[in-house]
Design a binder for this molecule. Structure first.
Ligand SMILES: [Zn+2]
Length: 470
């Protein structure tokens, strides 16, 4: 069986991926169903071709703690080297450690094998080239190269190079807290585990580690801190152990979840208010980017503090690209991707965001719960996602946008429509990664929120869509 598979691979001339795995920001699928080792090898060969077209040939490769990751990594490296690429294997670790390698080693690109925050049977590939995200048309082109069998033949080299010590040193270099804190951390058995152990061993303060053993079966809970149920264990630890705060990471460490000393969740946009304030203090007028799902409170607060708020499209690759373009020192998404270009590289690194957050709190005289309570109170819906076909989702948004334009509604249309009314705002956008529409609304009070929801439901109905109750 094994032999037959290998023989088949030796005659790889063309390769067709399951079309569902070539997504907007990464390649991702269900292992053994839509994604396998043959695909990993083809990704390596096609990526090698795209690199060669740019006159490049060195790639750093890392992988997360999923059970399928080492085998996918081996196949990927095989595909890269047989097409003439020189590979630097950095081994097991979080995605931002791979980004760190791509930014600091003598390489032209980086590929991370990771299923991020998805269920254990998922896996995928996040890629950077020339220190920029490899996404959108790049990923489609990779699929075309494979389908055409446009592979190069060569004999690349492989070296192993650990960057974990340098990465931890780099994280610690920017810690600027003055008072030690007590912190509960939840790695969710994801790829941040080992890095977290090393980091907390050298950070001041007391550290309570939860689920720090890397285990691709995710025995404690799903490694996705945007789902409140995945933060229950951390919230309990924070309250029981009287911690100043709790910090959680997603499966590959590019998204952060935060809990205050009272055990309350701070969402990505709330966390961003605190981080933005610290940046704007040293960089008055700085552009701070947040995605269209973020609270109006964040944009208003950035302006009030003397910064320049910029609302941008949801998606970590899009945000990173916009940051580079505008020179923004900080960006963040509701989903917990936080990007620091201030003193750092501008990619989403949840461990780095944690270090900077501890600095902000550890230099202040107040605690996270008080900082949270200081924010203006708003009521909002969670992110509502409901199915809508690929064919219909963008057309529906276009119809809604056209109708709203006729009525002269105040709206932003950089990503779907985000409409402002005296009550607050509502958002309707098409997901770039799934066949779903995403809706959200936020108002100053419950009656206002009801009015916004009614407007949203009315617009959907005019386009023949019925959302589930929310
Ligand atoms: Zn992730």
């Amino acid at each position: 069986m094994r032999l037959a598979l290998t023989r088949g691979l030796e005659h790889m001339h063309v390769h067709r991926f399951n079309p569902t795995i070539l997504r907007e920001y990464d390649i991702r699928g269900v292992v053994g169903d839509t994604l396998g080792e043959v695909d990993a090898r083809a990704i390596g060969r096609a990526f090698a071709r795209l690199l060669a077209e740019r006159g490049k040939r060195r790639v750093a490769v890392g992988y997360d703690g999923r059970l399928s990751s080492p085998a996918l990594a081996a196949s990927l490296v095989g595909g890269l080297t047989e097409s003439g690429v020189d590979v630097v294997r950095i081994g097991l670790g979080p995605t931002p450690m791979l980004y760190f390698a791509a930014f600091t080693l003598d390489v032209d690109a980086g590929i991370m094998i990771t299923g991020s925050h998805n269920p254990a049977d998922y896996n995928g590939f996040k890629m950077v080239i020339d220190k920029k995200p490899f996404y959108g048309p790049d990923i489609q082109r990779l699929g075309e190269v494979a389908a055409a069998g446009d592979f190069l033949a060569g004999a690349g080299t492989v070296v192993d190079r650990s960057v974990s010590a340098a990465y931890i040193d780099r994280l610690l270099r920017d810690y600027d807290g003055e008072r030690p804190l007590t912190i509960a951390w939840d790695a969710g058995n994801g790829a941040t585990g080992d890095a977290l152990v090393s980091l907390t061993a050298r950070l001041p303060g007391a550290h309570i580690l939860l689920n720090q053993v890397i285990d691709g079966t995710f025995p404690a809970h799903h490694p996705d801190p945007t789902e409140p149920k995945n933060l229950v264990q951390l919230q309990a630890a924070v309250v029981e152990r009287r911690c100043d705060l709790g910090i959680a990471f997603d499966g590959d460490g590019d998204r952060i979840g935060v809990v205050d000393g009272k055990g309350r969740i701070l969402w990505g946009d709330q966390l961003m208010v605190l981080l933005a304030e610290d940046i704007i203090r040293t960089r008055p007028g700085a552009t701070i980017i947040a995605d269209v799902k973020a609270s109006q409170v964040l944009f208003d607060e950035i302006g009030r503090m003397g910064g320049t708020p910029l609302m941008w499209r949801t998606g970590h690759s899009l945000i990173k690209t916009k940051m580079a373009e505008t020179g923004a020192p900080l960006a963040g998404e509701m989903s917990g991707h936080i990007f620091f270009a201030d003193r750092y590289y501008g990619y989403d690194d949840a461990l780095y965001a944690a270090v900077r957050l501890l600095g902000v709190i550890g230099r202040g005289t107040t605690d996270l719960a008080s900082l949270r309570d200081r924010l203006p109170v708003v009521v909002n819906t969670p992110e509502l996602r409901f199915p809508c076909s690929e064919a219909r989702k963008f057309a529906a948004i276009d119809e809604v946008r056209a109708r709203l334009r006729q009525t002269g509604a105040e709206m932003s249309d950089i990503d779907g429509v985000r409409v402002r009314t005296p009550d607050g705002w509502w958002l309707l956008r098409a997901s770039n990664t799934q066949d779903v529409l995403v809706a959200r609304a936020e108002a100053r009070d419950e009656p206002g929120l009801r009015r916004l929801k009614a407007l949203l439901v009315k617009e959907l109905a005019l386009s023949g869509l019925t959302p589930p109750p929310f």
